[in-house]
Design a protein around this ligand. Structure first.
Ligand code: DX5
Length: 218
């Protein structure tokens, strides 16, 4: 398995000081996770490409964007222009994501497939080779601050096993309820990238929180 990566989820930061919040944890994380929500695929709205673009000059961190949208492919050019390196789209939106993966690559974006908790690993099995990363949601998407669903651990194991047995390079990513306690459970199941929102930005000291999660993962 690759070394663990921590992605700070902007959704849990204070939006009035988003740049400052990201700069504070920058030396202690490996990327920024950006949750774009459209009010259709999930019952919530967050932010879009203009907000992401405003953050781009502030940091060289990897921008990993999860598109909780029913029509994300229509915005790939905007997200590429905003400085995103990677996008995830949901397999629930594109049961055959072959074409959408090609569209993301045409824009120079790294591509990933996300799976909601009820969606089985089998749904992405034929398409794993298209992916730079596979995002296994460990909460139902739409809101930060939810509890990690341990019932998803066997699916993380299954995805890990298929990545390895097929010699695929995709990172196995987890998102939702990740803390210093739950991150090691997901790590043992085979995750490499950990999206952390509440446990980082809502902690009394986000720098100490990032260090504690890193330590728990090592
Ligand atoms: C759900 C979001 C959250 C978020 C992480 O749609 O994707 O999982 O980024 O937030 P916490 O760490 O609060 O679960």
């Amino acid at each position: 398995m690759k070394p663990a990566k921590i992605y700070a989820s902007a959704l849990a930061a204070d939006f009035s000081r988003l740049g400052e919040e990201i700069k504070r944890v920058e030396p202690f994380v490996d990327g920024v996770h950006l949750d774009v929500m459209d009010g259709h695929f999930v019952p919530n709205l967050s932010f879009g490409a203009p907000v992401i673009k405003s953050l781009r000059p502030l940091t060289d961190l990897h921008f990993d964007t999860q598109l909780m949208m029913t029509n994300p492919h229509e915005y790939f050019a905007d997200f590429a222009d905003a400085g995103c390196e990677a996008v995830s789209v949901h397999i629930e939106v594109y049961p055959d994501p072959t074409e959408v993966a090609a569209m993301a690559r045409e824009q120079g974006l790294r591509f990933g497939l996300a799976l909601n908790p009820p969606t089985p690993a089998d749904a992405i099995a034929p398409y794993m080779a298209l992916c730079d990363h596979i995002l296994v949601m460990t909460v139902h998407p739409g809101f930060g601050g939810q509890s990690f669903l341990e019932s998803v651990l066997p699916k993380i194991e299954k995805v890990r096993e298929r990545v390895d047995s097929n010699d695929l390079g995709a990172d196995v990513q987890v998102d939702g309820g990740i803390t210093a306690t739950t991150a090691p459970l997901a790590r043992s199941a085979g995750a490499e990238a950990f999206v952390v929102g509440t446990a980082l930005f809502r902690a009394e000291n986000p720098v100490d929180a990032a260090k504690a999660i890193r330590e728990a993962l090592n």
